[in-house]
Design a binder for this molecule. Structure first.
Ligand code: GAL
Length: 340
C-alpha cells in the first residue's frame, strides 16, 4: 500500500511538473474529482446474529465518513461458513482491485493462505472478530503474536479479548447473593454451551467464566459441556437435553453467546424452570433481546460485545490504511458487563 501511495504521489508530482508548460494534460485529474475507494468485506456467515449487527454497522459507518470528494464502494460478501467460498471471494476482491479488505475469517486456521495472497496483491487487510493464533505444539500453548499480523505492516486485527468476556460471565455469577449455588450443596453445578470450538472466543469464554468462579473460591461441577456453534437452535436442544437429564441439579447455564442463550431460555421456559429463582442464565454479546431479558430478570446477565466500537475501529483503521498511514498490529475494544 505504501508503495502504491508513493507511486500515486510521484505521478501527481510529475503531472504537476508537466502542467507548468501546458495546462490540459488529458490524464490530469481535476482537483475536485471524487475519489471512490473500493472496499471488500467478507463476513464468515450472514446468518450469525452478532456479525449481522457488526456488518450493518460497517456499512452505515463508512457512509457517515463519506464527503463530497471521497466515497466508499463496499462489496459485502457472505462467506456462508464455507472456507472455500470465502477464499474465492478473496480471489475476486484481488481481481477487482479492492483498495482495502476487511475479513472475518471462516476458519482462522486458514489465515496464512489468505493473508499471503492479499499481501502479495499489495492490498491492506483488516482482520476482524476471529483472531488467528499460532499454536506452539511442543508446549501446547497459544502464541498470541501471530506472525501473519506482526510481520506484515499492512495487516492488522481488530477485536475484543475474549478472556475478559468469560471472566465477566463468571464474575456475574460469583456476585449473586448465593454465588450461583441455588441448592446450597456447596458447589455451582453448571452446563456450558460452546460456540465454534475453532474460535478463540469460544475457548476463552469457556475457560475464563469458570476460572472467575474458582478464583473467587467457589467450587464448581460441570454437568455437561456441549458445542452449539453459536446457533440459537443448538442452544435450545442442548439445554433441553441437559435439563431432562440433570433436572434440578442444573443451577447455571453458561452460553458462549447470546444467540445460544436465547435458545437455552426457550428450553428453560419449556421445562417450567424460572431464571433468577431456580436457575441462572448467562450469555455474551448483549443482543437487544437479551439486554431486555436481563432488565426483566429472565436472563441473569450478558456481556456487551461492542459491535459499534469494533466496527468503527475496523473502518477507521481501513481508512488509515487507505491513506497510507502506518497501522498497529492489534486494536482492542473492551467488553462491558451487563446486569440488572
Ligand atoms: C463472537 C460472538 C458470537 C459470534 C462469533 C462469530 O465474538 O460473541 O455471537 O458472532 O463471534 O465468530
Amino acid at each position: 500500500m505504501k508503495k502504491k501511495v508513493f507511486s500515486v504521489l510521484l505521478a501527481a508530482a510529475m503531472l504537476a511538473g508537466c502542467s507548468n508548460g501546458g495546462a490540459s494534460t488529458p490524464s490530469a485529474a481535476p482537483a475536485d474529482e471524487v475519489k471512490t475507494y473500493k472496499v471488500g468485506v467478507s463476513i464468515y456467515d450472514f446468518n450469525d446474529n452478532f456479525m449481522t449487527l457488526y456488518r450493518n454497522e460497517i456499512e452505515a459507518y463508512f457512509k457517515t465518513l463519506e464527503t463530497d470528494d471521497v466515497k466508499y464502494e463496499i462489496t459485502m460478501s457472505d462467506g456462508k461458513n464455507d472456507m472455500g467460498e470465502q477464499s474465492n471471494q478473496v480471489d475476486n476482491f484481488i481481481t477487482q482491485g479492492m483498495d482495502v479488505i476487511i475479513l472475518n475469517l471462516v476458519q482462522t486456521s486458514s489465515a496464512d493462505a489468505l493473508i499471503d495472497k492479499i499481501v502479495a496483491a499489495d492490498i491492506p487487510l483488516v482482520l476482524i472478530n476471529r483472531e488467528p493464533l499460532a499454536y506452539d505444539e511442543n508446549n501446547n500453548t497459544i502464541d498470541e503474536a501471530y506472525e501473519g499480523i506482526i510481520n506484515n505492516p499492512t495487516v492488522c486485527y481488530v477485536g475484543a479479548d475474549a478472556r475478559q468476556s468469560g471472566t465477566f460471565q463468571g464474575e456475574i455469577v460469583a456476585e449473586l447473593p448465593d454465588h450461583g449455588d441455588i441448592n446450597g450443596d456447596g458447589k455451582v453445578s453448571y452446563i456450558m454451551i460452546e460456540g465454534d470450538p475453532e474460535n478463540i472466543d469460544a475457548q476463552y469464554r469457556t475457560e475464563f467464566s469458570i476460572k472467575a468462579l474458582t478464583d473467587a473460591g467457589i467450587e464448581v461441577e460441570c454437568l455437561d459441556d456441549q458445542i452449539g456453534n453459536w446457533k440459537q437452535e443448538n442452544g435450545q436442544t442442548i439445554t433441553a437435553n441437559a435439563l431432562s437429564q440433570f433436572g434440578d441439579k442444573v443451577e447455571v447455564v453458561f452460553c458462549n453467546n447470546d444467540a445460544m442463550a436465547l435458545g437455552a431460555y426457550a428450553a428453560i421456559e419449556a421445562a417450567g424452570r424460572k431464571v433468577g429463582e431456580d436457575i441462572y442464565l448467562l450469555g455474551v454479546d448483549a443482543l437487544e433481546e437479551c439486554v431486555q431479558k436481563v432488565n426483566e430478570g429472565t436472563m441473569t446477565g450478558t456481556v456487551l460485545n461492542d459491535h459499534i466500537g469494533q466496527s468503527h475501529t475496523a473502518v477507521d483503521v481501513a481508512i488509515k490504511a487507505l491513506n497510507g498511514e502506518p497501522l498497529d498490529n492489534y486494536y482492542w475494544v473492551d467488553y462491558v458487563k451487563v446486569t440488572k
